[in-house]
Design a protein around this ligand. Structure first.
Ligand code: SF4
Length: 129
């Protein structure tokens, strides 16, 4: 074949209909597999959301017990816990509005504003009437 003929050689590739059909079939299967995987991902996601919802229910129970303890503990004075001196409340996620700084430099936590402090507190003692 001369160089001229080489340059004139068509660059179009002819595909047979059966090749196209096969490619289409493979593409369909790929799309179906992607959809199936997506369904599995959705189902896993729903399962995780359900677990988170259950955890939140548990937290609501814990929080309500913390509220009850904050109102009935003998260490609660002027809305604040007198038993704990929390040096770095921000590191524990205690909101700034629940922290008061006494003249002595001790930081007190308002358990009415942040009853979560009481949830697992080992110092709880019921008020004596
Ligand atoms: S339960 Fe604990 S954190 Fe709450 S007021 Fe009593 S001593 Fe303080």
């Amino acid at each position: 074949m001369s160089t001229l003929e080489e340059n004139l050689k068509p660059s179009i590739v002819l595909l047979s209909a059966s090749d196209l059909e096969l490619e289409l079939k493979e593409l369909k299967e790929e799309i179906k597999s992607l959809r199936d995987n997506n369904d599995i991902d959705h189902s896993r996601l729903n399962e995780k959301i359900d677990n988170i919802a259950k955890s939140i229910t548990w937290l609501n129970i814990a929080r309500s017990q913390g509220m009850w303890k904050s109102r009935t503990c003998r260490h609660m004075e002027n809305d604040a816990c007198s038993a704990w001196n929390v040096n770095e409340p921000e590191k524990l996620g205690i909101p700034a509005e629940a922290v008061t700084l006494e003249q002595t430099g001790i930081k007190r936590i308002s358990v009415l504003k942040f009853p979560e402090l009481c949830i697992a507190c080992p110092l709880y003692e019921a008020k004596r009437s």
